[in-house]
Design a protein around this ligand. Sequence first.
Ligand code: C2E
Ligand code: CA
Ligand code: CA
Length: 421
Amino acid sequence: MEELKLDWVQSLLQSGELVNPQHGPLRFSAGSRLFAEGDPGDCAYMIESGYVEVSRNTANGKVVLDVLGAGEIVGEMALIDGLPRSATAIAVHDTDAVLIPRQEILEAVETASPMARLVLMAALKRLRGLRAINGSGNDCETASANHEYSATRIEAASRLKARTALEAAIRNREFQLVYQPIVSLLDGRTAGFEALLRWPQPDQQAVSPADFIPLAEVTGLIRPLGLWLLSEALHAMKGADLSLAKQSGSARDFFFSVNVSPRQLDSDSYVEKLAQLLEQPDVDSSRIKLEITEQALIGDPVKAMVSLGRLRATGASIAIDDFGTGYSSLSYLHQFPLDTMKIDRSFIYRITENPGGQRVVAAIIALAHELGMDVVAEGIENVREVKWLQSHSCRFGQGYLMARPAPLPTAIAHLGRYFEW
Ligand code: C2E
Ligand code: CA
Ligand code: CA
């Protein structure tokens, strides 16, 4: 297990995906250069402490454009328009700065609305022009623009801090997976497990994935994290097989479900890496289910179709997660290679007291069956819900009534029992 983890972090370090050193920001000693005029613009910096002087060389000698301090960002222009650095940045005192990789900004700019991009580019063009003429871009900044800027700066700084913490957690291998049984409602046996991510904290309270997954998504860190997740789940499956074989002499057939976020599907190279993990000779990919939310299907349906096709070609199956909460168009649902529908727990909550909700869930189950998918009901918390689902031909269920997510040894103990309702 240790070996797999080491490989993974090692390859991440080599890929340049993690940009800041293990213990926080980069350190520039007084007089050292962050970048020079003419350098390629591949990153920006947010200053945490110290001062950075930004200057240009002109016919009349050096002109200082700005001196920037804590909370300010430097080197951002080249990041957006990809042009060489138009100024030189030197640390005036010892300075700590967090690196912002170009990739992150590029993706944000590319996915912004065309109008937002246009405004950004126009402003940048004007700023570069002004700086060329006056040696300073401050002239056009009004009080209200300044106010807006500082609010945005505070937001960006806190996000950067969170990103750095997330990166550190990846480097330090702080993430863990827990597993929740997915149970056959026909016979009460555990059919598989969903792997769920946990970020334990020193003060015992784990940060909820609902809080850190969105951050991992916007920063793109979900992609390397997603690779780790899958390799960890594959490893857990082998571990589960081994321990069962030891106990009973034979392994049982059960699957592992792994969540895959939309951001993982829009990068061809990451989809390929996921596929290669599944195609390792000692992996039985037919026992792996990839859970994709509806959102992954709507952004760029054609791309999603290709990515899912590649993943399914490995032998893995695909589940549509949180069904009913997104905006999926029923008209294209049948075009995707989907095997399983997971009905979101908001539909199951209090289903037995809600005749309107019952009609909706009954219709969803019928739709799934019509499309050849099996159905998992999420968030089952009491026996009445099980009974209702059983009587409406829902084959699988998952919820606190059966078991909460738990570390692997606790979770696989459920394989040896029947749930009874
Ligand atoms: P999800 O994929 O819908 O996962 C099911 C969530 O419902 C889990 O929360 C699980 O603990 C919770 N749950 C299960 N049974 C019950 C129940 O009976 N009642 C209630 N109230 N909740 C129940 P968790 O682990 O906090 O995960 C939250 C979400 O974070 C997940 O929703 C998923 O969207 C995301 N997530 C978790 N792990 C991963 C991961 O490894 N990768 C990605 N991309 N997303 C993940
Ligand atoms: Ca899920
Ligand atoms: Ca779900």
